[in-house]
Design a protein around this ligand. Structure first.
Ligand SMILES: Cc1cc2nc3c(=O)[nH]c(=O)nc-3n(C[C@H](O)[C@H](O)[C@H](O)COP(=O)(O)OP(=O)(O)OC[C@H]3O[C@@H](n4cnc5c(N)ncnc54)[C@H](O)[C@@H]3O)c2cc1C
Length: 544
């Protein structure tokens, strides 16, 4: 019997750049395969062990993030870490416009289950307060286009070249449905208006989050502390103690050195954010790029050999990204609003941004005390995020808070007008989110690059034959892509674990299977459309 505690070959060293969901996914799959891993992030503490606090010592989180029904890999991680019951129940969401309540999204899993999209239509029939039924029905063409989306790679790319707005118009979707429903959904789902997002990614998003199953839109939240504290902290602690993971916080990778001789990564240069001291890590066997477009841009601009060897990374680095602002407000009284999760739509004062607000005193009721740091709880605590927020970002913090308190929140409940803000925090995150612009698909980074020792991970990465059902700006997608990036290095034997017999790939759980009517619709559409294509004809909205 071989002694499997004995190292049987050189253990590889991988540098994971980025400590978001993608970076942690990659670190997990590689560490558990016995690979030596260093995870590096510019954030002071990517491990979640030092909670982010405001100047006055109250907890803060960069954006409030939901966990939708089909997040099987994050659910599996939560169970594996024995993190306990960290989520709220599934919540109702409300959509507000200057006219008042526009619609509510119920917890779809609580109604009798029907095939999609019948179940969603039945469950929401009374939930749209203003939108006439004929406008709602004008979405039919889009449902057909969703069946057509994956007919072939060529067709997918044609949809990707179109903006969502031009597809909506070509499909005859009513102006009211676009402006009162689809536009606000896209502003909070892909953080851009329909003119600026790919029609293909829009359909992927709508299908995955709302249409695949009746209860696809059901969403829940962390019920105390932050995602980093509840999930990254136990994960990082486990990887550090069991697998000797090294984490370098407050450190940015400034340059990737690729050997012109071997075309492999040879070293990475790092810099301390605080002291500006530069060091070189030169025992690097592979790198996982778990960064967004902004991070990739600065890396590529400093890495000439890498840019030459992997021009696809230079192309990806040229893609745009989106500004986000996160705020928190502590009020002197409780505002008894009916819904904990809320979306702003069509407000002039948003200046084209998307906006959400979350009643943390409701979502995190059991740990309300902690929301106030060292102070006694006095009233509601609100987290409000703005997406596509470049125009709002130039306003002062006070102006942003005034806009919330005077223009936006009182539409949802008049008591906001009487409430006083006893404390607030506003933080800006420029260029922090992937922008799925029309035509961007072909430029997004691939999981495996031309340099075999460099792989990419993140919500914007094209996963090729490892593509997962989780789509769009999505924690599950980023995490899965990280797992797959690590798996790719292991599967292709680019890296070795300390012990060959234990160098196995991390499991990835698929999302629920498509419903039979969708599968049948896709098959029939392909049969018919392939015939029509044979005559040189195409669907009118794809005819460029
Ligand atoms: C406000 C907001 C709300 C959201 N809401 C939801 C939601 O409700 N549900 C949901 O599922 N998703 C949501 N998302 C999207 C989701 O958070 C992202 O899709 C996901 O977190 C992306 O993870 P990532 O690891 O790919 O990227 P990121 O989390 O952006 O991680 C990239 C990391 O790389 C680091 N980095 C970059 N360059 C370097 C460098 N040179 N050296 C070292 N480190 C570097 C950055 O500091 C960053 O930490 C939201 C996002 C935001 C911003």
């Amino acid at each position: 019997m071989p002694d499997d505690t004995m190292p049987d070959r050189k253990q590889s060293h991988v540098v994971v750049i980025g400590g978001g969901w993608a970076g942690w996914g990659a670190a997990k799959s590689l560490c558990e395969a016995g690979v030596d891993v260093t995870l590096i992030d510019g954030m002071v503490d990517p491990t979640g062990s030092q909670p982010i606090t405001t100047k006055s010592g109250k907890p803060f989180e960069a954006g409030t993030r939901g966990f939708w029904k089909d997040y099987p890999n994050i659910n599996a991680l939560t169970e594996e870490l024995e993190a306990g019951n960290i989520f709220t129940g599934f919540t109702t969401s409300a959509f507000w416009s200057p006219d008042g309540l526009e619609a509510t999204a119920p917890v779809f899993g609580e109604s009798p289950q029907w095939p999609s999209p019948l179940g969603q239509a039945l469950a929401t029939i009374k939930n749209f307060k203003r939108l006439p039924i004929q406008d709602r029905l004008s979405i039919a063409g889009l449902l057909y286009a969703m069946l057509d989306l994956y007919r072939s790679d060529k067709v997918f790319r044609k949809y990707d070249d179109l903006s969502a707005q031009s597809l909506f118009i070509k499909l005859g979707i009513s102006d009211r449905l676009i402006n009162e429903f689809l536009r606000p959904i896209l502003l909070v789902g892909l953080f851009k208006p329909p003119e600026e997002v790919s029609a293909a990614v829009t359909m992927e998003l709508l299908y995955y989050y709302a249409l695949a199953h009746q209860d696809s839109f059901d969403v829940r939240w962390i019920h105390s502390k932050s995602i980093a504290e509840q999930l990254f902290e136990p994960l990082s602690r486990r990887l550090m103690s069991r697998h000797h993971l090294r984490v370098l916080g407050g450190t940015v990778v400034t340059r990737l050195n690729v050997s012109s001789e071997t075309q492999r990564i040879s070293s990475v240069e790092i810099q301390s954010v605080k002291t500006k001291e530069v060091k070189v890590i030169d025992d690097v066997d592979a790198v996982v790029l778990a960064v967004g477009a902004k991070g990739l841009q600065s890396l590529m601009s400093q890495s000439p050999e890498c840019s030459k060897a992997a021009p696809e990374l230079v192309a990806a680095a040229s893609l745009g990204s989106i500004d986000v602002i996160s705020t928190r407000l502590w009020l002197d009284r409780y505002v008894p609003i009916a819904y904990p999760v809320n979306v702003f739509s069509r407000f002039e004062s948003l200046k084209g941004a998307g906006g959400t607000f979350f009643m943390l005193d409701q979502l995190q009721k059991e740990s309300e005390r902690a929301l106030w740091g060292h102070d006694q709880p006095q009233g509601s605590v609100i987290a409000s995020d703005f997406y596509n927020a470049s125009v709002i970002a130039v306003m002062s913090d006070q102006e942003i808070i005034d806009r919330l308190m005077h223009d936006l929140l009182p539409i949802a409940h008049p008591e906001f007008r009487n409430a006083k803000v006893v404390d607030y925090e506003v933080r800006r995150y420029p260029d922090s989110v992937s922008h799925f612009s029309p035509g961007s698909f072909r430029m997004r980074p691939p999981l495996e690059t031309s340099v075999e020792t460099i792989v990419c991970a993140g919500d914007w990465v094209r996963m090729g034959d490892k593509e997962h059902g989780a789509k769009g700006l999505c924690q599950e997608r980023a995490y899965v892509c990280g797992l797959e990036a690590g798996n790719s290095l292991i599967r292709r034997k680019i890296v070795n674990g300390s012990n060959q017999s234990k160098t196995i790939q991390h499991s990835v759980v698929p999302i629920r299977a498509d419903e039979p009517q969708v599968v049948l619709g896709r098959v029939l559409n392909k049969i018919v459309m392939d015939q029509i294509d044979g005559f040189g004809l195409t669907l009118p909205w794809l005819d460029s």
